[in-house]
Ligand binder design. Sequence first.
Ligand code: TXA
Ligand code: MG
Length: 344
Amino acid sequence: METKILKPSELAEAVSMLEQGGLVSFPTETVYGLGADAMQETAVKRVYQAKGRPSDNPLIVHVASIDEIKQYVENFPEKAQQLGEKFWPGPLTMIFPIKEGIFSTAVTGGLSTVAFRIPNNIETIRLINQFGHPLVGPSANTSGKPSPTTAEHVYHDLNGKIEGILDGGATTVGIESTVVDMTGELPMILRPGAITLEQLSEVVGTVLVDKHLVAEEETPKAPGMKYKHYSPNTPVYMIDWQKNNWQAAIDWAKATGQQYGLLANQEIIDQYGADAYACHTLSEKRNVSAAMTQLFAGLRALDESGLDSTVIFSETYPENGQGIAFMNRLKKASGQKYFDEKNL
Ligand code: TXA
Ligand code: MG
């Protein structure tokens, strides 16, 4: 099967693929999703196969309105209403206790809760409305690879495994949504994203953070957070923003016969990129929210252009505000490795 890239004008074809149990990747503001009819168990099972994803890792259900969610959940708390009104459509996912018999265990991973999101992409909202059912949508990458932020990334990973890709251009946020568990007394962040703890707290007061996100050894509440993610084949070393030891890193790469790629803002690239095998600009000037949009695209690009003996050096940010989400993804990609000349 050759995967068909669909233009927004070909929405009807995407709808008919979904009706027949097919898989259609859809654009969102965060990353591309791998869509299937949430009500067709066999279609949902194919999603796991196509991605090579462990089946105990539940999927996010994408809907077009808050009213739809209310039909499916046991209880939709006032705080969810406030967060939904403020941030949806947008890069927020909320988890609720689910009514029995609505979704198969393929969707829930056997849990009694389901994650919902209203994505901020007009074509995808149209797709959901015209189709008339919610869509499951994990990120449309091969499991373990960086999430896709363009239709080309999806094609690269999943060509031949899915029926279609609705091409909506490059995504604007660049990393996956903030996941918040709404089933307890207080909302709890299970996965950091572009919407920060501070932004959530402004709307609903105290918000907790899953212990695992603070202490890596705890078992995370979001099953997906325990898997090694976003890992390119090329080793990634983080450059501590306080040490700024780019030159030492480059000297080490040269001395050990390794080619290096840079993932950094343009000013760093101008200063240090001359002998690099490739550079990917995260942002023009140092800016975490701009850098976020390019992180996964950059990891993919540098990984693909990498030759035999290569390393990637990446810019880092302080872990506050959106820096928490940026560093969460970069630490996974690098296996937590900082470049440290004293400790090679
Ligand atoms: O931005 C996004 O969220 C993208 C776009 C496509 O919407 N989707 C996405 O889906 O990142 P996925 O499947 O790659 O990540 C979903 C995360 C996983 O870490 C999963 O374990 C967690 O959400 N999750 C889903 N349902 C859950 C539940 N009922 N309880 C706890 N965690 C859940
Ligand atoms: Mg994913």
